[in-house]
Design a protein around this ligand. Structure first.
Ligand SMILES: Cc1cc2nc3c(=O)[nH]c(=O)nc-3n(C[C@H](O)[C@H](O)[C@H](O)COP(=O)(O)OP(=O)(O)OC[C@H]3O[C@@H](n4cnc5c(N)ncnc54)[C@H](O)[C@@H]3O)c2cc1C
Length: 175
């Protein structure tokens, strides 16, 4: 991948948020159980939805595949690059945007850990019922992408059943 491509990504998220060194990439290129290991062109750490959109646009223009990644606790290798993708890790997007106790709803960014969401709900005297052993590291984005169940799934349903709406960055169609 050309230096120019990485420079375009750096211009969006900042130089320190585009990782290219082998040691820096390693934790993002192996899954939680160490069963899958791949190679990434780089890891990008965006901090806002606009940054994610710009990164996705640059990757689409370059024809470079992307791998979204949250806490990298998934057990199926879905967050692991195979070879040459851009890993877009969302962990910097970890803000609780709002909580509406009257409406029993909470608005959070994709990189919030599940535990942080639970704590925010508890602070508002509410229960966010999704719970699983990886909740200190797993992110809401990953929970939704995997439609996580967890230990209370029979009572409250899967992650998608707890979801009212999504803000989505879509990869532009390639013509
Ligand atoms: C100890 C342990 C216990 C677990 N227990 C359970 C359990 O009880 N029930 C259960 O259902 N699962 C369980 N899991 C698996 C769990 O579903 C995942 O760990 C978690 O949901 C993934 O979140 P993550 O942020 O780590 O996602 P990652 O591992 O980073 O990614 C998982 C998938 O989601 C995609 N993804 C991540 N973030 C985004 C995003 N923002 N936008 C689009 N796609 C995204 C990735 O590309 C990948 O395909 C467990 C895992 C561990 C390690």
């Amino acid at each position: 991948m050309s230096a120019d491509f990485h420079d375009r990504l750096r211009a969006v998220v900042g130089a320190s948020r585009v990782l290219t060194g082998a040691a820096d990439l390693a934790p993002y290129c192996t899954d939680w159980r160490g069963r899958y290991t791949g190679k990434a062109s780089c890891v990008v750490l965006p901090g806002t939805t606009d940054e994610v959109a710009a990164v996705v646009r640059i990757c689409a223009e370059a024809g470079t595949p992307i791998v979204p990644q949250g806490g990298n606790t998934g057990l199926c290798g879905g967050a692991t690059p195979i070879g040459g993708e851009v890993v877009i890790n969302l962990r910097r997007m970890n803000r609780i945007r709002g909580i509406d106790a009257d409406n029993n709803s909470i608005t959070v960014e994709a990189g919030c850990t599940l535990h942080a969401v639970q704590e925010a709900a508890t602070a508002a005297d509410r229960l966010f019922p999704l719970s699983l052993a990886a909740e200190g590291s797993a992110t809401i984005g990953g929970n939704l992408a995997t439609n996580a169940g967890g230990v209370q799934v029979l009572r409250y349903g899967n992650a998608r059943e707890l979801t009212l709406g999504l803000e989505v960055v879509a990869r532009p169609a390639q013509g």
